[in-house]
Write a protein that binds this ligand. Structure first.
Ligand code: CP
Length: 321
């Protein structure tokens, strides 16, 4: 099975079966153990990967670059503003050329209505695997790291109460790709997922339909609430994070009215005593979350961010090995 994943694109976890995702988790755990022991793992020697970024990144860029170096390869970082893309070169041409120079192409393009299409256009014209480093719809590298982190901390996924909660932020309009990925993925692992947001921050209808189907097939549940406190109550995992209003239904909303959608110690007290606080990072401290929570005993954000390295390496090993 592992060898069957060679050449497979990693654009969305929807295209990966549960059996394939389980293998990703297994390889992630194996490669993490080797890294902790200081063992060298040159599984992809002399391979080249291209990392195209339309937006800023700390975790994704560095987990990919460091991870690929640790596997014996070289990752070529490409700021797309310095490429001929800025003069209109199309995805298919960029993909065809870069795929003739190396062994994989990875790309972050979060432009709404454009990013996912861009990655799929590249996949159609690339001879090598395409990896999604976050688009307007999906962030599979984050999703798989989150899943690994949850299994490590909770030892199970079945009927774990996980709340994905919208949070107020002023830093920038964040894509919906993290909550969307989590909403689709977690019910596949039998979790009881609650999605909470103030009106205007819905996820697309097709996501809700699919999340509920995933829950039904796998013995979990999926529900929506507009009540933040309800989402925190008795939760085993809380993931309060900002995302932008993609629908535009509400026009330019006055965000200040949602300032109370913050993860505070008071909210954490409503959750289960051993609740874990997660965030993909970067967090908007003071707005999305109080320092005492993100730096406190319930927070597992550093483990979550560290796992980005191990899971990214597993994706590379399986699709390029
Ligand atoms: N979580 C995440 O994708 O972080 P970066 O934007 O820093 O890559």
């Amino acid at each position: 099975m592992r060898s069957k994943l060679r050449g497979k694109d990693f654009i969305t976890l929807r295209d990966w079966s549960k059996e394939e995702i389980d293998i990703l988790l297994e390889v992630s755990a194996e490669i993490k153990e080797k890294f902790k022991k200081g063992e060298v793992t040159p599984y992809l020697p002399y391979q080249t990967m291209f990392l195209m970024f339309f937006e800023q990144s700390t975790r994704t860029r560095n987990s990919m670059e460091a991870g690929f170096a640790q596997l014996g390869g070289h990752a070529n970082f490409l700021d797309t503003s310095t490429m001929q893309i800025s003069h209109g070169e199309e995805a298919r041409d960029t993909a065809a050329i870069l795929s003739s120079y190396g062994h994989a192409i990875a790309c972050r393009n979060c432009f709404w209505g454009i990013g996912n299409k861009y990655l799929n256009d590249m996949a159609k014209h690339s001879k090598v695997p395409i990896m999604n480093l976050q688009c307007d719809l999906f962030h599979p590298m984050q999703g798989i790291a989150d899943l690994l982190t949850i299994t490590e901390h909770k030892g199970k996924t079945k009927n774990l109460k996980v709340s994905i909660i919208w949070a107020y932020a002023t830093s920038h309009k964040k894509p919906i790709s993290v909550p969307l990925t989590q909403a689709l993925l977690f019910p596949r692992y039998g979790m009881d997922v609650t999605l909470a947001y103030p009106e205007g921050f819905e996820l697309p209808d097709w996501v809700i339909v699919e999340a509920k189907e995933n829950a039904e097939k796998n013995g979990g549940s999926f529900r929506i609430t507009l009540d933040m406190k309800e989402a925190y109550t008795n939760a085993d995992i809380v993931i309060p994070k900002n995302w932008g209003s993609w629908s535009g239904k509400k026009g330019d909303m006055d965000l200040e009215q949602f300032k109370d959608w913050k993860c505070t110690e008071e909210m954490i007290k409503l959750a289960s005593p051993d609740v874990k606080y997660m965030h993909a990072l970067p967090a908007d401290r003071g707005n999305e979350v109080e320092d005492s929570v993100i730096d406190g005993p319930h927070s597992i954000v550093l483990d979550e961010a560290e796992n980005r390295l191990h899971t990214a390496k597993a994706v590379m090993i399986l699709t390029m090995g």
